[in-house]
Design a protein around this ligand. Structure first.
Ligand code: GLN
Length: 207
């Protein structure tokens, strides 16, 4: 069976685990290298990307996680998790590094004061009904490479420059959303990720 880890250094780990389990996966909290080695997929929750970046080093997870991503580990990053997956960051701190893997440029804290945190109904590629998306000091994707599938954008009714901004993507086994589907009770984004992990098959280092 497939086991999906939730990085448990910061953020709403419990909500992600509950959503993944509702979507049919077994889950585990990941804080140690041995736990990271044993998962077939990983969720990077929201939080503060600069802090998670530092904690990944302190917990000796950063290099291993980069290796596993390069080897095809499916990862879903929400909000700060999206920033961590991005190859390029705008608006980061001067020493901020990401894990990388997603060929995108994200802008951190992109929405600015007036719409700092907000909710929107988004049409989402592959899903029949719109997704109610909760944005909390969220990033957006400013540029996406050719291999990146855009799954959702901010609707056209929003003022410029917010309208049309990319807020959900997939590239191979990597999925990222600017928003937090784990807190809405709608598990369709987690279901999508569980399917991605199942398609990739068991990838844990220790069989
Ligand atoms: N602003 C946070 C960051 O830069 C992300 C916010 C979130 O994850 N809700 O990492």
């Amino acid at each position: 069976t497939i086991t999906i880890g939730v990085l448990a250094l910061q953020g709403d780990v419990r909500e992600h685990r509950a959503a993944l389990e509702e979507a049919g996966a077994s889950t585990v909290a990941v804080r140690r290298p041995s736990e990271l080695e044993a998962v077939d997929g990983l969720v990077l929750p929201g939080g503060e990307s600069t802090t998670i970046d530092k904690l990944l080093r302190i917990f000796s997870l950063r290099d291993l996680l980069r290796e596993r991503i390069a080897a095809g580990l499916p990862v879903y990053g929400s909000c700060a998790g999206m920033i961590l997956l991005a190859d390029r960051v705008l608006g980061g701190t001067s020493d901020q590094q990401t894990l990388g893997g997603l060929d995108v440029t994200v802008r951190r804290n992109a929405f600015g004061r007036q719409v700092d945190s907000f909710e929107a109904d988004l049409s989402f590629d592959g899903l029949a009904e719109p997704v109610h998306a909760v944005f909390i000091r969220a990033p957006w994707i400013e540029e996406a490479g050719e291999g990146v599938e855009v799954l959702a954008r901010i609707p056209s009714g929003y003022p410029a420059p917010v309208a049309g901004k990319i807020v959900a993507v997939r590239q191979g086994s990597l999925v990222a959303t600017s928003f937090h589907p784990e807190i809405t009770g709608d598990h369709r984004v987690h279901e999508l990720f569980v399917r991605v992990v199942r398609e990739a098959g068991p990838t844990s280092v220790k069989e």
